[in-house]
Design a protein around this ligand. Structure first.
Ligand code: NCD
Length: 361
């Protein structure tokens, strides 16, 4: 598994100076992402392959024999879940994905219970994890920390793969991939993701899921994005530059109600005020960026409503029973996509293809 590793030949200082597009190839093994760190690592064929694989796994898992097959696929590997930030869904989704593949897991969710409290650096703690485990799944408040760890481990004799489960205000690639899977499934009979209009609403400045998903959408043809937020919470210029470079069309607006009837998907987000020491964002009136039951009448019949969750009051729970509310489906899709990602990291995806071919024969 630990084949020659391009990261070994790059110093950390040189790495940090590289533009993101030049970083992405350093994390590939045999043309596939080995460390999963940021959305710019994904192109369209890789995403389509991942979605197909997730669907195959989902179908195989419906039977007892299928579950038994899946549980043996990666059963010799162990995964470490290091979550230095709060999490319910993402943690359990990764945990459940490991269980489906028969992988044993361990977790550190509170750094005060680890040797960091004795003054150990986070880098040393993580290197310790790599001594016992074969996969490191990590959530961390510092943007880019997962990249630093992937680089660090690449320069050791146990360069185990790193999956970024949310880094700072920066990136959340596995959430964005499950969002792509949800969009693809939802528009399966309506021409796929190409040509769709998608609105992102809420805290786009600090919402890492939006930042990652916007980057992925640039690979689809004719997609238009609307970034709907008050000025102080608008999407960062760094993301708009990525979209500009790809020639993707977008609009930046603060008028949510005028956007609702136009779009095929609405991606709601909560205000991320945990980042805001002075609590300034609590003073912003965000009530105009809530989706209420009356808004359902404005929404196109085939449009979908998404949310990475957790929600506060930006979606009225009365909306949940509408068939266009897709956020609970998103949660379950996340588990299948994470299984698919682990299968590709450990190169067991072809075994799933073979099993699936036999199943449908
Ligand atoms: C998101 C996150 O952690 O970035 N949650 C998630 O992983 N599904 C969104 C959020 O916390 O608001």
């Amino acid at each position: 598994m630990y084949r020659d590793n391009p990261l070994k030949h790059v110093t950390w200082t040189d790495y940090q100076e590289l533009p993101v597009n030049d970083r992405a190839p350093l994390f590939l093994r045999d043309g596939k992402p080995y460390h999963i760190l940021f959305a710019q690592q994904y192109d369209r064929p890789t995403m389509e392959r991942l979605c197909d694989l997730a669907t195959r796994v989902r179908k195989i898992a419906k039977t007892r024999g299928g579950m038994r097959f899946l549980q043996d696929l990666v059963s010799e590997k162990r995964a470490m879940l290091y979550f230095a930030q709060p999490s319910t869904r993402t943690f359990l989704s990764f945990y459940a994905a490991c269980q489906i593949l028969g992988m044993q897991t361990a977790e550190v969710r509170d750094a005060t219970t680890s040797s960091e409290i004795k003054g150990e650096s986070q880098e040393d703690s993580v290197r310790t994890f790599s001594s016992y485990f074969d996969l490191l799944i990590m959530r961390h408040p510092i943007g880019g920390f997962a990249e630093r760890i992937a680089w660090l481990l690449s320069n050791t004799d146990r360069p185990v793969p790193v999956m970024n489960a949310g880094s700072g205000k920066d990136q959340h690639p596995t959430q964005a991939l499950l969002d792509i899977y949800t969009l693809q499934r939802s528009f399966d009979e309506h021409g796929g993701i190409d040509g769709k209009q998608i609105a992102f609403v809420g805290d786009l400045a600090r919402g890492r899921t939006v930042r990652s998903l916007a980057c992925l959408l640039r690979h689809y043809k004719g997609v238009k994005a609307y970034f709907v937020a008050p000025d102080s919470l608008q999407i960062g210029d760094d993301i708009l530059e990525v979209l500009d470079a790809a020639g993707m069309v977008y609009e930046v607006t603060d008028d949510f109600r005028s956007v609702i009837p136009e779009v095929d998907a609405i991606y709601m987000t909560r205000i991320q005020d945990e980042w805001d020491q002075a609590q300034e964002s609590r003073a912003i009136d965000t009530s105009g960026y809530h989706f209420c039951q009356e808004d359902l009448a404005l929404l196109k019949p085939h449009a979908i409503l998404m949310h990475p969750l957790p929600r506060r009051d930006e979606i009225d729970p009365a909306v949940d029973s509408d068939p266009r509310a897709m956020y609970w489906r998103q949660v379950r899709n996340g588990m299948w996509v994470r299984v698919a990602l682990m299968l590709s990291i450990f190169e067991r995806d072809n075994e799933v293809d073979r099993y699936y071919q036999d199943l449908i024969r």
